[in-house]
Design a protein around this ligand. Structure first.
Ligand code: P6P
Length: 336
């Protein structure tokens, strides 16, 4: 049972037996993410003071302008996970291909693969708006003892063994699940320790916040347009409030606490939406469902989608169950 103010380390040890494969490796994996997050947090918090903001001058696999903190965060997470000899492979938003990790005796015996968006919302860095890290963990499906394969990464989200995010905001929080609910830990920067501050996080069943980039309204599917007009209509418990930070982790974190819905639908420019299935939508969908919320592409459960490529995109609707169901109703009404 989660006790307030328990440290993350104590929580991991106390709950290790809950995890069906509790060999301690997953605990060590979460611990390595905890360390990497502290290192990234240190740089994010002083971004304005040192020459680490602004563009790194490169373009990442998404064709996006790679920010220096993106590069730093990516290197920190990859190095930390590699040094701890816990994973056999890593896939990152910042890398075209997955990274094979053979282990100290080069025998590829580690059981887990990690997929990560090392610094999501990085376009907000230079304007001091919160950003986040998102991670997703699977057991490999190919036999240990050989290099990890692409199929180890292209698993449906319902096979995740753990998922989480770090939000570098007014405080730094690590929120994760191993399939037994969602718990949030706040970093005490003076001590460098995370403490359980949000035990058993749960989406309110309904909410009154909708998060979407309405600048794309004209390009949205008719069902999304109809749902947005429903949110704005003066009747019953509406109009809802519109809140959109432009940082997925921050928008979803706020909506999980207060109730709400986040949408990044398909548009005429991005027919599969903008968000990536493997290291953004799947981990956030796993967390949402573990917190009694819901996540779909407008028609089907995100976690049931069979991936076909590392960086594939998918339309994403995530949040309070009743709000997502209402949006799906409007989408279904336009499908027939
Ligand atoms: P837009 C950040 O780039 C991101 O991936 C998410 O964090 C955020 O919700 C979304 O894209 C913002 O995209 O097109 O509204 O600026």
């Amino acid at each position: 049972m989660a006790q307030k103010n328990q440290s993350l380390g104590e929580f991991i040890i106390e709950n290790q037996s809950e995890f069906q494969y509790s060999s301690g490796e997953l605990s060590r994996l979460i611990n390595s993410i905890r360390l990497a997050a502290k290192m990234v947090n240190h740089e994010v918090n002083k971004a304005g003071l040192v020459d680490i903001t602004g563009s790194a001058g490169d373009i990442n696999t998404q064709g996006e302008d790679q920010q220096k903190l993106d590069v730093f965060a990516n290197n920190v997470f990859i190095q930390t996970l590699t040094n701890r000899q816990i994973v056999c492979g890593i896939a990152s938003e910042e890398n075209e291909d997955f990274i094979t990790i053979s282990g100290s005796d080069k025998n590829h015996q580690s059981k887990y693969v990690v997929l990560i968006d090392p610094l999501d919302g990085s376009s907000n860095i230079d304007v001091n708006v919160s950003v986040g890290t998102i991670f997703s963990i699977y057991r490999r499906v190919t036999p240990a003892g050989q290099p990890v394969q692409l199929e180890d990464f292209l698993q449906p989200g319902n096979k995740q063994v753990a998922a989480g995010y770090i939000v570098y905001g007014t405080s730094t929080m690590l929120v994760y699940t191993t399939g037994h609910g969602v718990n949030g830990f706040t970093l005490n920067p003076a001590l460098g320790t995370y403490y359980l501050s949000h035990p058993n996080m749960t989406y309110p069943e309904n909410g009154s916040i909708y998060s979407v980039n309405e600048g794309n309204y004209i390009q949205f599917p008719q069902g999304i347009k109809d749902y947005i007009k429903y949110c704005q209509k003066e009747e019953e418990d509406r109009p809802y409030t519109s809140r959109y930070i432009g940082s997925l982790v921050s928008d979803l974190h706020r909506n999980m606490i207060k109730g709400g819905i986040y949408m990044y639908p398909s548009t005429s420019k991005t027919p599969n939406g903008k968000l990536r299935l493997l290291y953004e939508c799947n981990p956030m969908a796993f967390i949402a469902e573990q917190a009694n919320g819901k996540a779909s592409d407008g028609y089907k459960r995100i976690l049931d989608i069979k991936p076909t490529a590392l960086h594939e995109r998918v339309p994403f609707i995530c949040g309070s169950r009743k709000m997502v169901e209402k949006a799906e109703e409007f989408m279904a009404a336009q499908k027939s």
